[in-house]
Design a protein around this ligand. Sequence first.
Ligand SMILES: N[C@@H](CCC(=O)N[C@@H](CS)C(=O)NCC(=O)O)C(=O)O
Length: 233
Amino acid sequence: MNDTRPTLTLYSHPLSSSCWKVLLALYETGTPFEPALVDGPPKTHAKLSALWPIGKMPVLYDAARKQATPETSIIIEYLQLHYPKSARLLPDDPSRLLEVRLWDRFFDLYVHTPMQKLVADRLRGDADKDPAGVRDAKQTLDTAYRMLEERAGSQTWAVGGSFTMADCSAMPALFYAEAVHPFASKHPALAAYFTGLTDRPASRRVIEEARPYFHYFPFFDALHPRFTGAENR
Ligand SMILES: N[C@@H](CCC(=O)N[C@@H](CS)C(=O)NCC(=O)O)C(=O)O
């Protein structure tokens, strides 16, 4: 009998912003995979930390190649290399590809990372708070929002007219950033881009799957009711 189970396993959690980035790529391209729930700190998850001792999720395991791939952008590039589907998230043109990589880095380093800093600080005890780090993170976000506002006015997606890896990166970063350090009221073009991102079926799916866990997010009250489901109650 043929084993029809997908060869790809994604070690992930439905609430994790980094996992959303890869889930979006998988859903956008219709690539079959099995999720393996990392319930608790990834560093204490035996299988994940054996595959990637750094202990951050997600990690993709490909049983066909017996290969583990960490780091969201590398996972997406791996998927495009070995599991190419009709929806392409990385353009063939080398100059456009470079631009996609730049904006993918931009969202990871200058939106996602400072957003995570603010979330982590909220979870820390009073003695461990880092006010200077929080101030720096907010400044980085403000600069990023200004740059993105200018950019969003002139194109539909992060890089031109088609949805790419940079948009997979943008969606979770902006989703949680809007709750921890809001941008939408001051940056209309960025807000419109964010609405376009969250309206995609793949985004709706990751949000839906995260909904049972949203109450663990320390800025839960700042999430828009259309995302938590409160709007429909
Ligand atoms: N650079 C990594 C970041 C991954 C990341 O920050 N993962 C978070 C979840 S959103 C994590 O595993 N945090 C647990 C920890 O740091 O212990 C990537 O792009 O994959």
